[in-house]
Design a protein around this ligand. Structure first.
Ligand SMILES: C[S@@+](CC[C@H](N)C(=O)[O-])C[C@H]1O[C@@H](n2cnc3c(N)ncnc32)[C@H](O)[C@@H]1O
Length: 179
């Protein structure tokens, strides 16, 4: 997809978020329905580039990759064996070790060019989410956010100025998308 492609409507995004998720291709089903949305949105948008802030065990990255993203860059301060094992069958995933707040990481990501889907999912404080949003979303077409109703994250979410949609049926601690 091109960064200038026409955006999906809120009702289309809502419909995608309600699609059945079978865990196809990943080999397991996770308990959080938002993983199905990552895969189904990717199938719909056919992104060239997805950037995920916060890899953890690689579940998110694996779902973007299985959905057909050309390239998935997933960033975490840790680079765990579990994430490497989960992601190694996907040649379209790059695991980058580093801090999303560091100037060197910021300039590395900037060099990637336009990001079709950005997923903000590191430390769930309003301050950290805002720092990531302010810098990384300038390159992004769609931005996904996990845990938007967890503690103080609501303050952060309320400040996001773009058109946005809450998809809280995807995660008990909330899930959002802006575009
Ligand atoms: C909620 S988990 C990510 C889950 C993953 N996105 C998924 O859906 O499967 C959060 C991760 O963010 C990482 N993290 C926290 N602060 C970070 C930072 N400043 N820079 C990079 N990674 C960070 C943690 O190490 C942790 O693995």
């Amino acid at each position: 997809m091109g960064i200038t492609s026409e955006k999906l409507s809120a009702s289309k995004l809502e419909e995608i978020s309600r699609r059945k998720y079978t865990g196809d291709g990943i080999g397991y089903l996770t308990s959080d329905p938002y993983y199905g949305f990552l895969m189904n949105l990717t199938k719909e948008l056919k992104p060239d580039l997805v950037v995920e802030l916060g890899t953890a065990s690689g579940n998110g990255a694996a779902h973007f990759a299985q959905g057909g993203a050309k390239k998935v860059v997933s960033i975490d301060i840790l680079n765990t064996q579990e994430a490497r094992d989960r992601c190694k069958r996907f040649p379209n995933i790059e695991l980058w070790k580093g801090n999303t707040n560091s100037p060197s990481m910021k300039s590395k990501v900037k060099k990637l060019g336009k990001i079709d889907i950005l997923f903000i999912d590191t430390e769930h404080t309003s301050e950290q989410a805002w720092k990531e949003y302010e810098y990384y979303s300038q390159f992004a077409n769609y931005v996904l956010y996990d845990d938007i109703i967890l503690n103080e994250m609501r303050d952060f979410w309320d400040r996001v100025p773009e058109p946005k949609l809450e998809l809280n049926h995807l995660h008990t601690s909330g899930f959002g998308i802006s575009w």
